[in-house]
Design a protein around this ligand. Structure first.
Ligand SMILES: [Zn+2]
Length: 283
């Protein structure tokens, strides 16, 4: 998909580009992935579990995958008193939008096989928007009747540091398809397979203009974005007792091997701020 914006285009063309960018965003690497289970496999699962509400049918486990080891563990950035003071003085610049209900769900207390689930958020997944933040917002406001088109995060962080709350953390965002974290997933919809969405918080960073492509890298995120990201993470980590090691990426949790986001992420920029906020240990 080669949809792009250009600031010098006339307004009408710009509006059309926005619509195409929105579509492109949906069709890009961030779209809800196609179901990973073949219809035969799905039929087999449903036949094996003719009464999904009956308890004590063990859910299939996720495939073996490398454990997550936070890149922040090996980083020892210097943190001075000025940064500590600056971070302590920052306040979230946040607004909320009315995300269409087709694009999210409630957290489940039981899986599709009747087993009890702990829906408490315990992992944060970072993403990027690929296209502009307004394109992402337009997507979340639009009803999507088809499962494969439904997508959402809990928060978006713009290049200018604005934070858009897409969903309250108590809701289940449709941020990752077939996915697992540290050998865990939840199967709440057998059509999609296992996913971390039931116990995840999803945050997406607005991609810089030179990143509107599916190449491996771009110029990275702004200092204002890292500031705002750290503040949102601070809220979530304190509210749900989530350790810094459980901040991961869509690339890591995706079991389809198709996701590369967030590209060009600077873990040192994040760790510096988390140390300054007292949320990660200084080395
Ligand atoms: Zn993603």
């Amino acid at each position: 998909m080669k949809a792009r914006f250009h600031p010098l285009l006339p307004a009408a063309v710009g509006a059309a580009a926005l619509v195409f960018a929105g579509l492109g965003w949906l069709l890009s690497g961030l779209r809800w992935p196609a179901p990973q289970l073949s219809s035969d496999r799905l039929l087999e699962m449903l036949q094996a579990n003719p009464t999904p509400s009956r308890p004590a049918t063990p859910a299939p486990r996720p495939p073996e995958a490398p454990a997550w080891q936070s890149p922040m563990a090996a980083l020892c950035p210097a943190v001075d008193g000025d940064l500590v003071e600056r971070m302590a003085g920052l306040r979230l610049n946040q607004r909320s939008i009315r995300t269409d209900p087709t694009n999210y769900g409630e957290r489940f207390e039981r899986d599709a096989f009747g087993n009890r689930l702990d829906p408490t958020p315990r992992v944060v997944v970072l993403h990027e928007t690929v296209y502009g933040i307004e394109s992402a917002i337009a997507t979340f406001l639009t009803p999507h009747p088809r499962d494969e088109d439904q997508v959402s995060y809990h928060s978006l962080v713009g290049l200018d540091g604005q934070v858009v709350q897409v969903l309250d953390p108590s809701r289940r965002a449709f941020g990752a398809g077939n996915s697992a974290f540290q050998g865990k997933w939840a199967i709440t919809n057998p059509k999609v397979g296992g996913s971390i969405n039931n116990f995840a918080l999803h945050l997406s960073l607005e991609t810089p203009l030179d990143g509107e492509h599916d190449g491996p890298r771009h110029s990275g995120y702004s200092a204002a974005q890292y500031d705002a990201l750290a503040l949102v993470l601070a809220d979530w980590m304190r509210a749900y007792d989530i350790p810094w090691e459980n901040v991961t990426t869509h690339r890591h949790v995706d079991l389809g091997g198709e996701r590369a986001d967030p590209r060009s992420f600077d873990w040192s920029a994040l760790k510096t701020r988390l140390i300054a906020l007292g949320l990660a240990p200084a080395c």
